[in-house]
Structures are given as structure tokens and as C-alpha cells.
Design a protein. Structure first.
Length: 374
């Protein structure tokens, strides 16, 4: 059994394997620009695995591909210190080889290439992750997150009920509509992202108090501004001198065969209350102008949610009595219970100083491969 990276000149072979092993007709088997974006053009690809390699792992047995996984490389922020992180995505081993340790080899392979500090995965599933509780040993911490919290802001309750909830207004009985609120501090919100100003703000005010994929300019420029398919809206909150105090990234998504729109928020970061409210008011402005049904934001922490809560966003509160508030999938509309799960693993001596109880792990749907075309 051979396990190795696909070479750059084997991109077509990897895409064919996606089609044959992962899912017939999957977007990554059809869209080379998207595959390159995810598995070759990441800012740290060359540093960690080299230009000659593709960000994909293959398992071969007698010349046949029996398993594969995409490999995305990131800079990781640990309270202001930068480390290396990886994400194995779209991973699968053919059923007849699943007792052969091939799956474990697939996830271990990145560590043969580079001493990554963090390995993570985020995915939608119809059940909470079947993983063990958080585990801590001398140099390893594994933290499962069974459900990323979803903040929801309703713009048109009647149409949302009619188009997405089969006309049943019981689902949204406790959810009102979002509205703009007074804002203070004379903050401006501009469609702008300048490298020097952003990095100065991020590394000074946000990185030291968060654990996350680094939100450096290099990451934001790759992930959102240069996305090959989606048109992300990128806004910064600024003080009177033009210094950055927050970030909003969102995109308008057409759903239900183009008959309706929603707003997907993928970044919401702020330095203070006033910047948070200014950015949230911008969300209300955008959503109203675009006539969206609702806006949502998946995130592992509520540390920046002040503005969202102020304009009327609420965290989805699901239970045995309310299994679903709004659907997560829209082509077609699917009212089954779907959770966005995550699992984070940290390695090395630095884990001894980690505190995962501070509510400061910031992962969103923009991490991994979750916010992409289907």
C-alpha cells in the first residue's frame, strides 16, 4: 500500500478519483479552478508541501486508488503566536479497505510532511459527531464541537415561512425581524480591506485573544477577495482616523431555484460595541436592499456577537421540542436536522499552556471547505 501526495501534474487524476470514489458529479470533480483554489493556491501551500505537489493525499493498492483526501494548509493563530495547521477534507477509503488502517494512514500523512500544530475538520451531518469527549494527554488535545452555533436574523418572516417551512409559522414563533439600531462612536463602515491597516488591527487587537485560523490579510485575500466563484462582500468598521475596528464578510446566495435569496455571513469580528453595531447595521442594510429572507452566521464563539444580538439576531435554540428552526440546505429545501460539526486536534508542547474554556475559539463556516459551490 502506497500513500503519498498527488503531484501537481496529477490534478486531473485526483479530480477523476473524486468523481469515482467520493461522489459522482461532485463540484471538485468538475471545477478545476475551485480545486486549485482549495488545494494548490492557499497562501502557505508552497511553504509546507511544495509547488510540485498538489494538496491531496492518495492511497494506492496495486496501482488502484483506494482512498483519498484533500489537504488544505493554513497559518494558525494561538493567542497571537503563529503556528501551522492543516485540514484533511473530502476524505474517504473504499469500503473493502476500511479494515486495513488506510483511514488512519490518510490522517497521519500530513504529519510526515510537516510538524503541524493543529489538525481540524468541519462538516455538515445529519447527526452530532460520533466522537469521544474532549481528550487531553501530555502533548495532545482533541476538542470535538458537536454543533457550531448558528445566529439567525429574519428579514421576511412571512416569505421565509411560506418558501422554506411549508407554511408552518410555528418554527419561527419566537423570532422577530431584524432592524437597524442607533449607533454611537462615529464609526464608518466601508467596502475596503487594506493590507497594512488590516494586519495592524488584527495582530494587535484580535489575534492575542483568539484561537483560530489566522485572519491575516493573506488569508482574507485568498479566501474571499480572490475566490474563483463567489462574490463576497468585504467591509471594515473604521474610526474617525480610518483605523480598522472590525470586519464583516458575507455573500448573497440564491436558493430554491433562484426564487429567493439569503445572506450568508462568514466573518464577523469587532474590537468594541460600537464597531460591532455598525457592522450589524450594515448587514441589515444589505439584507434589506437585496430582499433576502434571512441571514445566518455559524461560529464556535459568541465573543463578537454583540452587534448581531442588538439588531435582532438570535442563536438557534433547538431541542427535542424544536428540532429545527430553519433548514441548512436549500437545493432542494431539506427540513431534516443538519448540524455543522467540528473537531480540533492540537499537538506539541504548546498544548500545555492552552485554555480551551475561554470561549475564544473562533471557527466559522468560512474555514475548511464548507462555504463553497455545490
Amino acid at each position: 500500500m502506497e500513500i503519498r501526495l498527488f503531484r501537481r501534474d496529477e490534478t486531473d487524476l485526483y479530480m477523476k478519483a473524486i468523481d469515482e470514489i467520493w461522489k459522482k458529479g461532485h463540484i471538485l470533480s468538475r471545477d478545476k479552478a475551485l480545486a486549485d483554489f482549495m488545494f494548490y493556491n492557499t497562501p502557505h501551500h508552497e511553504k509546507y508541501i511544495g509547488k510540485e505537489n498538489y494538496g491531496a493525499i492518495g492511497i494506492w493498492e496495486d496501482g488502484k486508488i483506494v482512498g483519498l483526501g484533500g489537504l488544505m494548509l493554513f497559518e494558525f493563530n494561538l493567542n497571537g503566536q503563529m503556528e501551522a495547521a492543516c485540514n484533511v477534507t473530502n476524505s474517504i477509503v473504499l469500503e473493502e479497505y476500511r479494515s486495513s488502517m488506510a483511514g488512519l494512514l490518510l490522517y497521519a500523512k500530513p504529519f510526515d510532511l510537516y510538524p503541524f500544530f493543529c489538525n481540524f475538520g468541519i462538516g455538515l451531518s445529519t447527526f452530532s459527531m460520533r466522537v469521544s469527549p474532549a481528550t487531553i494527554s501530555k502533548d495532545i488535545i482533541t476538542q470535538p464541537i458537536n454543533k457550531l452555533d448558528r445566529m439567525v436574523g429574519i428579514f421576511d418572516k412571512e416569505k421565509t415561512t411560506e418558501m422554506l417551512l411549508e407554511g408552518n409559522d410555528h418554527y419561527l414563533r419566537n423570532y422577530g425581524k431584524v432592524r437597524m439600531v442607533p449607533q454611537y462612536g462615529d464609526k464608518a463602515v466601508r467596502q475596503e480591506l487594506a493590507e497594512e491597516k488590516w494586519n495592524s488591527f488584527y495582530y494587535t487587537h484580535i489575534a492575542p485573544k483568539t484561537i483560530s485560523i489566522s485572519r491575516s490579510f493573506a488569508f482574507l485575500n485568498w479566501r474571499y477577495i480572490n475566490h474563483p466563484t463567489f462574490n463576497y462582500l468585504v467591509y471594515t468598521a473604521q474610526d474617525q482616523a480610518g483605523n480598522y475596528e472590525g470586519l464583516l464578510v458575507a455573500r448573497v446566495e440564491s436558493i430554491v431555484n433562484g426564487t429567493a435569496k439569503i445572506l450568508r455571513i462568514v466573518e464577523f469580528i469587532s474590537k468594541n460595541q460600537d464597531a460591532s453595531i455598525a457592522l450589524a447595521n450594515k448587514i441589515v442594510e444589505i439584507g434589506t436592499k437585496e430582499a433576502v429572507l434571512f441571514a445566518d452566521f455559524y461560529c464556535t464563539t459568541d465573543m463578537f456577537n454583540f452587534g448581531l444580538e442588538s439588531v435582532g439576531f438570535k442563536r438557534e435554540f433547538t431541542s427535542d421540542d424544536d428540532k429545527i428552526v430553519l433548514p441548512s440546505r436549500f437545493q432542494p429545501v431539506d427540513l431534516s436536522v443538519v448540524n455543522l460539526n467540528a473537531c480540533l486536534s492540537f499537538y506539541g508542547k504548546k498544548v500545555r499552556k492552552m485554555n480551551l474554556l475561554n470561549n475564544n475559539i473562533y471557527f466559522t463556516k468560512g474555514d475548511s471547505d464548507q462555504d463553497r459551490p455545490n
